[in-house]
Each structure stands twice: as C-alpha cells, then as structure tokens.
Ligand binder design. Sequence first.
Ligand code: GLU
Length: 295
Amino acid sequence: MDVLPSCPNLRFAPSPNGLLHLGHAYSAWKTFTLSKALSGRFLLRIEDIDVARSRDEFITAIYEDLAWLGISWPEPVLLQSSRFSAYGQAFEKLDQLGVLYPCFATRSEIAKAVEGADAARDPDGALIYPGLYRDFPRQDAQKLKREGRAFALRIDMQKALELVESRWGTDALSFIEQDEGGQQRVVAVDPMRWGDAIIMRKDVPASYHLAVVVDDAFQGISYVTRGRDLFAATDIHRLLQVLLGLPAPIYHHHRLVEDKDGLKLSKSEGALSLRGLREAGWRAREILARLENLG
Ligand code: GLU
C-alpha cells in the first residue's frame, strides 16, 4: 500500500463557468481542512480550458467565495488556459505510442451510427462512441486535416489497454482510494467502459481528462479529493497516467451535497450559490457548521 507523503499537496480545481454552490463549498472546505490535518498544502487550480464557457467574472467570484469561507491558498493560482503547450507535449507522447486517432465525425453522424434502443452507454450516461474513423487510413486523415476539417483526438481504448498490459502489466491499472476514516483499498479501473474517449476536443486543444492528469502531476498533487461523480472518470485518469509515465495520486472521492442538503440551508432554490447565500444574510461559519454536519 502507498502511504501519503508527510507533506502532501492537495487541490481544489473548479471550472469557472458559473458561481460556486454548496457542493463546491463542501469539496473545497473538505480539501482545505484535510490539507491542514495532514500538514499539507492546499492548492487552487482554475480549470478554464473551455474558453467559450469560462468567464473572468466567475474566476473573481471563486476567489471571493473561497476567501469568504476562510480558505487561503498560495499564489500564483494555476490557470489551465496557460497550459496548452504542456497538453500539446502530452498529446505528442501519446501519439508516439500510437494510441490516438483523429476523429472527424460530427455529433449527428455519431448519433446516427449508434441509433437504436440498446446502444451502450458510458458511466456518465453518454452513448459509447461507435469507432467511426478508428481505422481510417492515415493519408486520408492527413488530406482532411489539410482541407481544414475540424477533428478531435480519441484514444483507441482496445489498443491502449493492450499496450499497457504488455508493457506495464494490468496491475498498473488500479488506484488507491482512501475513505473518510483513512482506510485504503485498491480499486481496479475499467477504462473500456468509456469506449474511445476524447483526449483532445474539436474546439480546444485539450480535454478535461488530459488536462487534469497533466496538471495533477505538474503541481505534485499526491492526494486528490473530489466528488463521487468523478469516481468512474478515474479509470481514464489512471490509464493516461500510466501511458504518460506520471505518478498515481491517492484518491478520496467524497459524498456529494444533494439538493435536499442545500434546501436545508436555504428556503428558495435560486439562492444556492454561495454568493446568493451570502447576499441572503448567511454567515460563512453557519454554512460551514452545516456542511461539517454532513460528514
Ligand atoms: N474541474 C472539475 C469540476 O469543476 C473538477 C476536476 C477534478 O477535481 O478532478 O467539476
């Protein structure tokens, strides 16, 4: 079993495409108090690769809301929008391993190819990509690229898993999950259930999965705390860490704050953002006391 290093780095990594809500407050506070308990560092990372949806005013609001909760972090904050060249290097490395392919398919082409009630779905409920362009000849792909056709990069999951098995062994595809009480267990991942996931989006030269593993390694994050909604995504993160030769953090996927928890704090649903609660007269310590009661 891995043990946590004596001074671990932890992080809170919000996406600035809206105001922080109670779920974010729970995650940030949990990560902050854990970093204190472990004599570690709490780092803030702004996940703003989605340039169309990210807004500066939401970044400012993140700083304000966290400070209001009594959370502090070392400067400078890492902005993912400043990291596209690092992601580019990671694509090159994966490309050299021969596990990526360009996919020119449009949303409607994909939907048409998977039409039918029994189409398989990934853990997020999205239809599994049917493999269009997986075996598309390289020179034809070059031609489409030259013509300026937009493309995403997908991972050939079957091929990537075969490579991992032959080079690193299947045991590499696991991670350590630490529960609330500090108990650790080894979780074997199953990236195949995601199909040929997108590693570089059509609209931005990055993807959540790639950016998160590259930056967790860059920031020396040894302990990832985040919500259970991202538990299954760790399949892809471990696969990418193995392929890119990046270290495996220990993970803690915490419970999610559900609407009913939020409603206990606020009578009207519209006020569930931290800013809304603050404006409605809530004090930070009252919010934190209630979040702490959730465990
Ligand atoms: N940026 C992601 C979000 O806001 C979190 C990423 C992570 O913690 O791995 O949901």
